[in-house]
Write a protein that binds this ligand. Sequence first.
Ligand code: AMP
Length: 430
Amino acid sequence: MSEFRTLRGMRDFLPDETGLLRSIEGKAREVARLYGYREVITPVLESYELLAAKAGEEVRTRMYAFKDLGGRMVALRPEFTASIARLVAVTLRNEPKPIRLYCIGSLYRYDEPQKGRFREFWQSNFELIGSDKAEADSEILLLTNRFMKAVGLKGYVFKVSHIGILRSIFGREGVAEDAQNRALQLMDKKMYDEALSLLRDAGASEKCLKTVKEIVEIKGSNVNSILAEIEKLIQDYEEAVYALKNLARILKLVEAHALNVTVDAGFARGLEYYTGIIFEVYVPELNIALAGGGRYDRLVELFGGEPTPAVGVAHGLDRIMLAVQEQNAPLETRKANAAALIATNETLAPEGIRIAEMLRSEGVPVEMEVMGRRVTKALEDADRRGAPYVVLVGEKELTENSVVLRDMHKKQQQVVKIEDLAKILKDLGI
Ligand code: AMP
């Protein structure tokens, strides 16, 4: 048979990488606890129709979609938000608001693999449902900030805008929603000329195109002056001004909390369901977004629920992991290695297992020698595995209810009573 490998864009996480991913997840869970978000688990497989509804062209065309054996069109989830909106529209429809939910899991997109872009990737996803207030948006920004800080990242920047600024302008110009979506997709890829010519074809006036062009060029971290500049440009578009004021209020609420914010009104996100603030998080070392989110006030309704405002964020755990590695962020991932336990001959195996089980019951991790190696070889192996201590179960010591405890670094050993062994190992940090 040929040698099997993972599929393109898919990867195995080896123990060290898994450890890193899990400790990043642990930080996300801690953030969830601090802000009162409760975990839900939704299926990896959902109806294609649900996932495709508002995913946007880019994501929609990259879904792993297929007919199941019952003839239903299904797909592997490319994101979490559609599933959460379904949950809120149907199962949790009578739940008092706000609802704070989070989920962690794998997503699937047939993206072109490159650094930080995989076909299976991981997210922690936070959704705050039921509030249309700026306080809710600010909470999503603040918890994302806390998460980035908790994993030890430095120099990260929030790129923010409000999708209502561009959409209101396009809408006033009579640009149909479909054309708006395509124009925003192009802008998301920084293909501004193509976006402008599409808008022109869709009926936008020259004045509008000029305004859009100018908006796209304004960006920067001096939030108040950038917002004022944009406001000047969009005076004639009342709804756009309203959107801008909403963005200003959200940013005011986070002002005191040291978020590094860049306003970039020309940026758009791939997903079509956003109605309010949109944002992404970047670190200087990588030119791909570590997280992305925004407000989506109509999605729950689209799935048959009550009109329900909502705001959320997806943190890309693979990319956060990359950023942590690039920055050498001091994230604690490894616990002390287990102690090794070696029965010095085969007949002592039952006693060895008994002692190992006793230690585990006391919470001490033990790796038992199971290869039938002789003591010298077994000690070499324990050394290779980085076991800091080895318990040698020998005939002579057993007659005195004792074992030999060997310190692998100091290369010293002592005889200790079996009844004291767990405490001694714990005191040694195992
Ligand atoms: P999105 O759902 O497209 O807004 O993505 C949210 C976050 O998920 C992004 O900021 C990335 O960190 C992460 N992400 C999206 N697509 C991929 C991918 N193909 N590989 C790795 N991470 C991804």
